[in-house]
Design a protein around this ligand. Structure first.
Ligand SMILES: NC(=O)c1ccc[n+]([C@@H]2O[C@H](COP(=O)([O-])OP(=O)(O)OC[C@H]3O[C@@H](n4cnc5c(N)ncnc54)[C@H](OP(=O)(O)O)[C@@H]3O)[C@@H](O)[C@H]2O)c1
Length: 327
């Protein structure tokens, strides 16, 4: 069994710094190479995190001998192309969320990974956060009774210049794909495909959704009420309401360390489960485990789930009128 898993980081931007920090905490993981559009940026990043190789193009990095897996941290619109570049060379991929711009692209990525027998996973780190896992266990085991409603929000005031990727439709900007995905992830993780979706968005002058509100309907009188924003700071909490109580995933629910259960005024319980590093540590462990076992897919975060997540986001976009040049 391979002891050290050699990682490459493609596109060393903001999130890649946090990821590289956590990678250093994982036993048996090594940052081997960094690829940037600028060799200087790759050099600086490699120097900061102790990577022995740096490259001034993404393609060049993929020829680095010994590379096992690449973490893709480019803007959303790059995910499809950069993932395919790796998979076609037989290199495993952990790709940031959203997995791609639409379900058609995700289907091609999944087909390519399966056809080539290469590992692929979406970097939905929330799935591996210890307190989130505990909340899901409690929810699914009936801790608060039969589940009826989910509420989740993720809004922050994006304090970036107007040309930043989060505002730019050409780079996949907008609240839904950037942060709304986490609220949709929660509902989809618990309940799967919604029967009906209602959604509406407010659009910025640049043509990206700056806020989006959604209601998902499921059989059995169940509802998910979700919202996201790039112009407002919201609580960033999630509530799962059952017939005997409520589970609350405290701020920020996507990487929470605290979950509480209240049983309608009678009693309450609090669970604290700490994160390691920034929280990306946990998804890295899963990728390393899968690669050591020769898996081409994580059973804990299956590719069919990522496809369902993107299909659901496509449905929201259609309902809310959110379109991209890549459509
Ligand atoms: N999981 C999480 O918690 C989390 C948090 C934040 C973001 N994300 C995801 O990670 C991805 C990157 O987000 P980020 O906040 O790190 O973005 P960022 O700071 O803008 O970094 C993206 C990097 O991509 C490269 N890039 C390639 N083409 C580009 C283009 N046309 N314009 C701008 N940059 C380009 C740049 O690196 P080089 O030029 O050096 O190659 C840039 O530094 C997004 O898809 C986002 O959804 C995930």
């Amino acid at each position: 069994m391979k002891t050290t898993i050699n990682w490459g980081i493609l596109a060393p931007g903001r999130i890649a710094h946090k990821f590289a920090h956590d990678l250093k905490l994982v036993a048996g993981a090594k940052l081997l190479a960094v690829g940037s559009r600028s060799h200087q940026r790759a050099l600086d990043f490699a120097g900061q995190y102790g990577a022995p190789h740096s490259f001034g193009s993404y393609e060049a990095m993929l020829d680095c001998p010994g590379l096992d897996v690449v973490y893709i941290a480019s803007p959303h619109v790059g995910h499809f192309e950069h993932t395919m570049m790796c998979l076609e060379r037989g290199i495993a991929v952990l790709c940031e969320k959203p997995f791609a711009m639409n379900a058609g692209q995700v289907r091609q990525m999944v087909n390519c990974a399966r056809a080539n027998g290469v590992f692929l996973m979406e970097a939905i780190w929330t799935r591996f956060i210890p307190a989130f896992e505990e909340a899901m266990r409690l929810a699914n085991e009936g801790y608060v009774g039969e589940l009826k409603t989910i509420r989740a929000d993720f809004g922050f005031k994006a304090d970036f210049p107007p040309e930043h990727r989060v505002f730019n439709p050409a780079l996949g900007g907008g609240a839904l794909l950037d942060v709304g995905i986490y609220t949709i992830f929660l509902a989809t993780w618990l309940w799967g495909r919604p029967e009906r979706i209602k959604a509406t968005a407010t659009m910025s002058s640049l043509g990206a959704d700056d806020s989006c509100a959604m209601i998902f309907e499921y059989p059995g009188n169940r509802l998910a009420i979700l919202d996201c924003s790039l112009i407002l700071k919201t609580e960033i909490e999630a509530y799962i309401y059952g017939e005997t109580g409520t589970l609350r995933l405290h701020n920020r629910f996507l990487n929470t360390q605290d979950v509480s259960a209240t049983f309608y005024e009678k009693s309450s319980e609090h669970f604290h489960l700490p994160l390691t590093g920034h929280g990306y540590y946990h998804e890295i462990l899963e990728v390393n485990d899968c690669l050591r076992q020769g898996k081409i897919e994580s059973e804990k975060l299956p590719l069919d789930f990522s496809l369902l997540l993107m299909e659901t986001m496509d449905r929201v976009r259609k309902e809310a009128g959110i379109v991209y040049p890549t459509d």
